[in-house]
Design a protein around this ligand. Structure first.
Ligand code: SF4
Ligand code: SF4
Length: 300
């Protein structure tokens, strides 16, 4: 039985596919979009998040850590991340929740059992399980087994992906996946590389092939100020997705500047900290422009 690193299991999700769903976030991503609002999902391994404002100075973490990653300097607790092996003992000790271990190894059975707790809600609402991330298909065997087990239990299955991996992974999961939600952030590859760390040829190839499979496909674009919040960027993406026969709809999602605290808690730089959400009128105008190519467009 495969196991994997899970960032979070979120019950009663209503934005990750139809109906009421449980979203399972798998840890690790091979893109580095500078606006990402889930930095805790980027690295593959478990890690400690630190929220200094909650610390009550009890000192329990200093005693508990065998790696001496928490030290007292001039009476102040300091964290030496390079010493940490993410065992989680300090987080278990910290009643103030100033220390949080993000990422936990779980088996497929543990994940599916947790998801099945809300089965009556899925049945009534047309919901089910959604695999998200990070990039869920980086932990390919784990993700595949969760989808297979979920289908055995009669659940509706969906996946949120950036599709930056070989096509064979998508081909393997499709028989056990009822809905694919895929991001296309930019059509121009060098700009895509500058903003996300990777070119997009493989992503577009996978979108093209997905678009001709017998599975409903939702393509989504996060609208980020200064990156793609203009007709010149959105219209080519809309034209590209309009060619995909099984497109359910195209969706525009506004950037939200709400991740500053999470980046600080992980000692990571947040390059989008000065950006604001696109105004609602701008989202409406972009959606109207995308509709001109003859597709259904949603936005929030
Ligand atoms: S255990 Fe938590 S509250 Fe106590 S000193 Fe450490 S971080 Fe602060
Ligand atoms: S997770 Fe483990 S190694 Fe890391 S700081 Fe906490 S107790 Fe130390």
């Amino acid at each position: 039985m495969h196991s994997g690193i899970v960032t979070n299991i979120q019950r009663f999700s209503i934005h990750d596919g139809p109906g009421i769903r449980t979203t399972v976030f798998l840890k690790g991503c091979n893109l580095r979009c500078f606006w990402c609002h889930n930095p805790e999902t980027l690295r593959t391994e478990p890690e400690i998040q630190i929220f200094p404002d909650r610390c009550i100075g009890c000192g329990a973490c200093l005693e508990r850590c065998e790696q001496h990653a928490h030290v007292a300097v001039d009476g102040q607790r300091q964290f030496l991340r390079e010493r940490c092996v993410a065992c989680g003992r300090c987080a278990d000790t910290c009643y103030a929740e100033s220390l949080v271990l993000v990422g936990e190894r779980k088996t497929v059975d543990e994940v599916v059992e947790e998801v099945l707790r809300d089965e009556p809600f899925y049945a009534r609402s047309g919901g089910g399980i959604t695999l998200s991330g990070g990039e869920p298909l980086l932990q390919f065997e784990f993700a595949l087994d969760i989808l297979v087990r979920s289908k055995e239990e009669g659940l509706h299955t969906a996946i949120e992906t950036a599709a930056n991996y070989p096509w064979e992974r998508l081909a393997a999961i499709l028989p056990f996946t009822d809905l694919v939600m895929m991001d296309i952030k930019l059509l121009e590859s060098e700009m895509h590389r500058a903003c996300t760390g990777v070119g997009n040829q493989r992503i577009l190839d996978n979108a093209e092939r997905l678009g001709h499979e017998d599975r409903p496909l939702i393509i989504r674009t996060p609208v980020v100020p200064g990156v793609n919040d203009c007709d010149e960027q959105i219209l080519p993406i809309a034209s590209f997705v309009a060619r995909l026969p099984n497109l359910l709809y195209y969706e525009l999602l506004p950037f939200h500047p709400m991740a500053t605290g999470k980046y600080q808690s992980l000692d990571m730089d947040y390059r989008a900290s000065q950006l604001q959400s696109p105004p609602k009128e701008q989202m409406e105008a972009l959606a109207d422009a995308a509709r001109r190519v003859g597709i259904e467009v949603k936005h929030s």
